[in-house]
Design a protein around this ligand. Structure first.
Ligand SMILES: NC(=O)c1ccc[n+]([C@@H]2O[C@H](COP(=O)([O-])OP(=O)(O)OC[C@H]3O[C@@H](n4cnc5c(N)ncnc54)[C@H](OP(=O)(O)O)[C@@H]3O)[C@@H](O)[C@H]2O)c1
Length: 187
């Protein structure tokens, strides 16, 4: 069981524009050509921050709209927010706030020994898990764009010791997929 940050980033380290647009991302390739199908098959629990959840509501679920899709994840999802957010009918979504450690314990129990925990983002929420020594891997699809500014990939310093590169592969001309192991101190 590993806790993984799987995301796409611009070359200059942003996962969304300042105004939370992902338009730059969807021109770059088909998600089924990346490692995503294999990745999601091994996920047993997800966590995301409220901006990411609200992006999903606006762009995927669109409650009340005619073109909306169902919530895409069968696995339980923990959404971090200090606010009361709309729910999605039929989705296993658990709203939480504050310390990530007890939430990680619940996610671990839900995922079981065989499945991984997916930290969807954003970057600071993943940083909170890292601060608690709970981030094991980063899998980043580096998209072939720069954004100049935006929502950060991971606003933390992980340098001494550095990340350990596990693999790097090109996915067409649109992505480079990098997998890193995150060093742990004593836990
Ligand atoms: N490129 C990709 O593959 C990718 C992947 C994931 C996300 N994204 C996008 O990147 C953007 C990320 O947005 P973001 O940087 O604002 O991050 P975010 O994690 O999605 O949202 C941040 C918000 O979550 C809430 N939050 C975070 N930690 C909390 C805690 N411990 N307790 C309670 N609430 C907490 C806070 O808002 P409140 O308390 O006010 O609710 C905080 O402002 C989104 O637009 C998303 O769609 C892109």
């Amino acid at each position: 069981m590993r806790t993984q940050y799987y995301t796409a980033s611009s070359v200059d380290g942003f996962i969304a524009t300042t105004d939370h647009s992902l338009r730059w991302l969807f021109q770059l390739g088909d998600v089924n050509d990346t490692g995503y199908p294999q990745f999601i098959a091994q996920v047993g629990a997800l966590a995301m921050g409220s901006s990411t959840y609200e992006w999903m509501l606006r762009h995927v679920v669109r409650p009340g709209g005619k073109t909306g899709a169902p919530w895409p994840y069968a696995q339980p999802t923990w959404v971090f927010s200090s606010r009361a957010l709309p729910r999605v009918d039929g989705a296993d979504i658990r709203f939480v706030q504050g310390d990530v450690r007890p939430v990680h314990q619940l996610m671990r129990e839900a995922a079981g020994d065989d499945k991984n925990i997916w930290l969807v983002g954003g970057g600071d929420l993943v940083g909170q898990f890292h601060d608690a020594g709970l981030l094991d891997e980063m899998i980043v699809q580096i998209g072939s764009v720069t954004l100049g500014a935006g929502r950060p990939l991971l606003p933390r310093q992980i340098a001494f010791p550095p990340l350990r590169l596990l693999s790097a592969r090109a996915i067409g001309s649109g992505f480079a997929e990098l997998r890193y192991e995150v060093p742990h101190g004593d836990r």
